[in-house]
Design a protein around this ligand. Structure first.
Ligand SMILES: Nc1ncnc2c1ncn2[C@@H]1O[C@H](COP(=O)(O)OP(=O)(O)O)[C@@H](O)[C@H]1O
Ligand SMILES: [Mg+2]
Length: 421
């Protein structure tokens, strides 16, 4: 390790910026935190946080890049560098907002913008027998191997970290997910490691439920060790709600502000039951999902079928809002509650602001379960995942493995993240 990186590793506390752009494609979340220590001794102090929304044209370009039919290599190549610039701008802006000179920022941890994620286990795909865990063919067979299709896992986050490091002059850690996939995992979910560090409790069984475009849970049994953590994507979060809102408002709104439109609709039981038949929901963890499964094509089909059946727009929206909450509650019933009681659910992500969604969610749990926003812990609901990537970068620099194999399915603990000094 270079002298500069060794000095950075030893610095305590560090000022670290975490950058996150989720599957909602709403913008870049930036969080500046002072982080003391590392591993289970990590302490954090959030100095500032902000979401920098994507311009409508940028959002469209990203959504095009996510779609195999429109995401051409030239677009992805250029978008990678353009988003690198936007991430760098977000880092500069949050430092400026917090009145911390860029020269005093020690590290940036950047998740990037996911444009494609293939978490499927190769074992479940009809693949040649001599493929190994991540799907590579045996030696000397590469040409033939590709012809028969690489069916292993893969993932692609863009927002070139070299641009971030160059523009800011700050050491940047990025591209966390591929290392976990290389180690046999799904490359997701990654935030559970941070949940374990920050939220494990001696006496309480805690569920941390993030509701972004996709919704994911980390369950921490009382007094748990890292191997006891249960974590997986519960299913769609706001992704379907956002698209249905666009369709019923003729693109006037991109999300259902406060859940107000859904509150005017009635849940259609038949539609809800058909949505609940989605195979992802009964798949056992480890499991992760994304725009490939619950993105635009899924929502557009759902909408068309519902309209053909005579269901009104607000009723469709109310139904997909309940669908998200049911997938969360049903996941707990299937994969957590048979093994552990839950005493507390801590909600984060943009879904926290959808009051209708939150009201529906509360209905599925007894009053003995405390359900509250992560803001109770001094963390803004949208800041959590950005903070998580600041902490994951600190772990990379500290030389600590930062995946949870039990959550991602990896064969072992690995240090994720590429370092641009
Ligand atoms: N005031 C609000 N009312 C309702 N929904 C909101 C509000 N603010 C944010 N959201 C929802 O949160 C989403 C963004 O959540 P976020 O946690 O950033 O997800 P991701 O990590 O997928 O980007 C928006 O697309 C929207 O659906
Ligand atoms: Mg977001």
């Amino acid at each position: 390790m270079s002298h500069q990186l060794l000095r950075l590793q030893r610095k305590n506390p560090k000022r670290i910026i975490g950058l996150m752009a989720g599957t909602s494609v709403d913008g870049i979340d930036a969080c500046l935190a002072e982080i003391t220590g590392n591993g289970t001794d990590t302490k954090t102090n959030i100095l500032d946080f902000e979401t920098y929304p994507y311009h409508a044209a940028t959002r469209s370009a990203i959504l095009e890049a996510c779609n195999p039919e429109t995401g051409t290599v030239d677009k992805i190549c250029r978008l990678n560098f353009y988003l690198g610039k936007l991430f760098a701008d977000a880092a500069k802006s949050i430092a400026n907002k917090a009145r911390v000179p860029l020269a005093d920022i020690d590290l940036i941890g950047s998740h990037g913008q996911t444009i494609y994620h293939v978490p499927d286990s190769p074992a479940k795909c009809p693949s040649p027998q001599h493929e190994n865990e991540i799907g590579w063919q045996g030696s000397g067979e590469r040409g033939k191997a590709w012809a028969s299709g690489y069916r292993g896992r893969s993932t692609l986050q863009i927002g070139e970290p070299s641009v971030i490091a160059q523009e800011t002059g700050v050491t940047t850690v990025a591209d966390f997910r591929p290392r976990d996939i290389a180690a046999g995992g799904q490359g997701a979910p990654l935030v559970p490691y941070v949940d374990f560090i920050l939220f494990r409790d001696r006496d309480k069984g805690r569920a941390l439920q993030n509701i972004g475009g996709i919704a994911n849970v980390t369950f921490l049994p009382p007094d748990c060790g890292i191997h006891d953590v249960i974590a997986f994507d519960t299913g769609p979060g706001n992704m379907i709600i956002d698209r249905i809102t666009e369709l019923i408002t003729n693109n006037a709104s991109h999300f259902d502000e406060g859940g107000r439109l859904a509150a005017t609709g009635l849940v259609n039981k038949r539609l809800l039951d058909s949505l609940l038949a989605h195979p992802y929901l009964v798949k056992p963890p480890p499991k992760t999902t994304g725009r490939e499964e619950f993105g635009r094509p899924y929502a557009d089909n759902l909408y068309r079928d519902a309209v053909c059946s005579g269901i009104e727009g607000p009723d469709i929206l109310a139904t997909v809002t309940v669908f998200t909450t049911r997938t969360i509650a049903d996941s707990y019933a299937r994969w957590i509650l048979p093994r552990h009681p839950i005493s507390e659910i801590i909600i984060s992500g943009g879904g926290t602001y959808n009051t209708t969604l939150m009201k529906f969610l509360v209905q599925y749990f007894p009053s003995s379960v405390t359900i509250h926003s992560i803001s109770t812990f001094g963390i803004a609901p949208n800041a959590k995942e950005a903070l998580a990537f600041a902490i994951l970068a600190n772990e990379t620099i500290s030389g600590n493995p930062n995946n949870i194999p039990g959550a991602t399915g990896a064969k072992g603990a690995v240090i994720m993240g590429k370092i641009i000094p």
